[in-house]
Design a protein around this ligand. Structure first.
Ligand code: SF4
Ligand code: SF4
Ligand code: SF4
Length: 492
């Protein structure tokens, strides 16, 4: 008998969930054929394996970008059952919330085949009242002090009858930036609405999965190209900055990445593109967890499809969350000219927290940390200010010197789903769902672990927690949440 070597390198043991029953189970991270996989076994439902990073070298390189987290001013839950069942934020959480999401409704004017929120068709949807949103914003502000970004989402937030009042309410709070996550139908058909968004300084995240009719029909159920065009033109006319949000599915629209980049760079309203491999939570198309797209795959696709502008090493992991969650590249654009910022200043020289190969200039480090963050919203004055600081003293070509107008950002974000969920990433999540009962739940936990279903089930008639002065947040929740926070947190 001859002993045989394994075909993989074992990297670490972590925790995840069973994609079927959501039980919390051990999981192994392994590297095979230069790719990183997460494997786990549920006693009831057997073994599952999913690709989590398509390039093992980039995965290990990203470790150097793991910045120490910041403790929030208030926590909302206590440690009882362990991660990910104590969200949140619980005392074990490693980071504050750079971005808070409020899903103002579950209603939608589309019924997309891909929808992690499973919105559109349910008869039992809900819309938040202004009072509920007010209290949720207060929970966010109590946790953050001055909060960076709130994103209004849904469902489709623009069909909420009080969406403008909700934005106005956000503007009365110490929250720097308000963004609206939309499919763009109302932006295309209601120019007055777009003008009001501009007056309220709202940035838009516009669903934009590609330029081909087939892509629209497969992912959104109908051809929305004309709506997208009109929505973008209305935003350009009103002066609303737009991030194109593209859901990417293997075998569906991965070959459109380059066309989306060229389209975005060429449109006056577009200041950023967020590429998001499809999250296989809620509704999704059939997929193979072993060949799914990951952040490094998307980075390589951009470099392959737009080689005249980007290389793979123009993208850097974001240090505020776990660095395998999100990568960003900044560039300056003018007509046909595109210059990645990484060719002017190397973020790695300043954001390498493990080896600190050069002594970082702290001003430049701070500026880069703010740029390479989930709270960086394209088209805002803060971006130009930080770019100014990060490139201080560097000779920038004359045509690109107006940083407020020329900055363009590409974000790659692989949200976790029940197949890929790793508590190691969750514990440092900086993108939180603000729930009506006053919790801040890491977005990927909200979509994967069962919290979304729990909130939806309990939503109708459930009061929103009031922040009781001088009470610990947990006491406040126990006193004011109709179902009680302990029972609300138990998922099984
Ligand atoms: S994800 Fe964070 S808040 Fe949720 S249980 Fe884990 S450590 Fe706590
Ligand atoms: S993905 Fe967005 S637009 Fe589509 S059904 Fe879901 S909420 Fe509506
Ligand atoms: S939302 Fe998900 S992918 Fe984004 S930082 Fe949080 S855990 Fe990571």
């Amino acid at each position: 008998m001859i002993k045989v070597d394994r075909d993989e390198v074992f990297v670490e043991l972590t925790r995840s969930i069973c994609p079927v029953c959501k039980a919390v189970i051990d999981a192994q991270v392994n590297v095979r054929d230069d790719r990183v996989y997460l494997r786990k076994r549920c006693r009831e439902h057997g073994e599952f394996e999913a690709l989590v990073y398509g390039d093992a070298r980039m995965y290990f390189d990203s470790v150097r970008f793991n910045r120490p987290g910041t403790i929030p001013l208030q926590l909302q839950t206590e440690v009882v059952d362990g991660c990910p069942l104590d969200c949140g934020l619980c005392p074990e959480h490693k980071q504050h919330a750079c971005l808070g999401i409020i899903e103002v409704n579950t209603h939608c004017n589309l019924d997309c085949p891909i929808c992690f929120a499973d919105s559109g068709h349910q008869p039992d949807g809900y819309s938040l009242s202004l009072e509920q949103v007010d209290r949720m914003l207060d929970v966010f502000v109590a946790s953050e002090g001055e909060a960076e970004v709130v994103m209004l989402s849904g469902g489709e937030p623009t069909v909420h009858p009080q969406i403008i009042e909700i934005v106005e309410l956000c503007r009365t709070k110490p929250i720097r930036t308000v963004t609206l996550n939309t499919n763009g139908i109302r932006l295309a058909t209601d120019p007055a609405f777009v003008r009001r968004l501009a007056e309220l300084r709202v940035s838009v995240y516009l669903q934009f999965d590609g330029l081909r009719e087939r892509t629209h029909r497969k992912i959104r159920g109908r051809d929305l190209r004309e709506h997208k065009r009109r929505a973008l033109d209305n935003c350009a006319a009103a002066g609303v900055a737009v991030t194109l949000a593209a859901a990417l599915e293997r075998g569906m629209n991965e070959d459109e990445v380059g066309d989306i980049v060229r389209f975005g760079v060429g449109h006056p309203a577009v200041r950023a593109i967020a590429f998001q491999p499809v999250t296989h939570s809620g509704r999704h198309l059939e997929f193979d967890p072993l060949t799914r797209l990951t952040n490094s795959d998307v980075i390589h696709l951009i470099a392959e499809q737009v080689p005249e502008w980007f290389r793979s090493d123009d993208f850097f992991p974001v240090p505020c969350c776990f660095p395998t969650c999100r990568s960003i590249s900044y560039c300056l654009v003018d007509g046909g000219e595109v210059l990645p910022i990484s060719r002017l200043v190397n973020p790695e020289d300043h954001l390498d927290y493990v080896t600190n190969r050069v002594m970082p200039d702290m001003r430049v480090r701070t500026a880069l940390e703010r740029l390479y963050s989930a709270s960086a919203v394209p088209g805002t004055p803060q971006i130009a200010e930080q770019l100014e600081c990060a490139t201080c003293g560097i000779d920038i070509p004359a045509a690109l010197r107006d940083l407020a107008q020329k900055a363009f950002m590409i974000i790659i974000q692989d949200f976790q789903d029940p197949y890929t969920l790793n508590v190691k990433q969750l514990m440092k999540c900086c993108v939180e769902e603000i729930t009506p009962d006053g919790r801040l739940i890491p977005f990927c936990a909200y979509n994967s672990v069962g919290y979304r279903e729990q909130v939806r089930e309990r939503m109708t008639g459930v009061g929103v927690a009031t922040v009781v002065p001088n009470a610990t947040p947990l006491q406040a929740m126990l006193e004011t949440t109709r179902h009680g926070s302990r029972s609300a947190r138990r998922l099984r």
